[in-house]
Design a protein around this ligand. Structure first.
Ligand code: SF4
Ligand code: SF4
Length: 119
């Protein structure tokens, strides 16, 4: 499967969990849940180092890439945001055969092969 398709597929798994607030814990009451400048900064570095792309901030006072309808950055340029959902990553028991975990590993291998550093 092509890399962008893999990001679409993992987002189809993580996005509903995040929208539902499953696993957000005390971040559930925050307006932007776990979105923070530090993660936007990591996306900016990933896009710059990996693709030579300079991501454009939205002007949000606290979260550089947050727009009126959510994050403005394509899934594949903010990989740690796209692949992470607390309900999966911080589950009490990690099932290595879980489809999301397997897909994440495939994405990380593909990024590594392309010379991009995700984590
Ligand atoms: S990554 Fe975790 S804290 Fe952030 S929105 Fe998803 S479940 Fe909530
Ligand atoms: S999802 Fe977007 S707005 Fe949220 S931390 Fe990641 S890059 Fe920033």
């Amino acid at each position: 499967m092509e890399l962008l398709a893999m990001y679409e597929e993992i987002a189809a798994i993580t996005r509903p969990l995040c929208l539902a607030g499953t696993g957000c814990g005390d971040r559930a009451s925050r307006p932007y849940r776990c979105c923070e400048k530090q993660y936007c900064d990591r996306a900016a570095k990933f896009a710059r180092d990996g693709y030579g792309i300079e991501l454009q901030p939205t002007g949000h006072p606290e979260i550089p890439f947050m727009g009126p309808s959510g994050c403005t950055i394509p899934l594949h340029l903010r990989p740690i945001c796209t692949i992470h959902a607390c309900a999966i990553s911080w589950a009490p028991t990690i099932n290595p055969d879980d489809p999301a975990m397997l897909l994440t590993q495939r994405i990380l291998r593909a990024e590594h092969a392309a010379g991009r550093q995700v984590i």
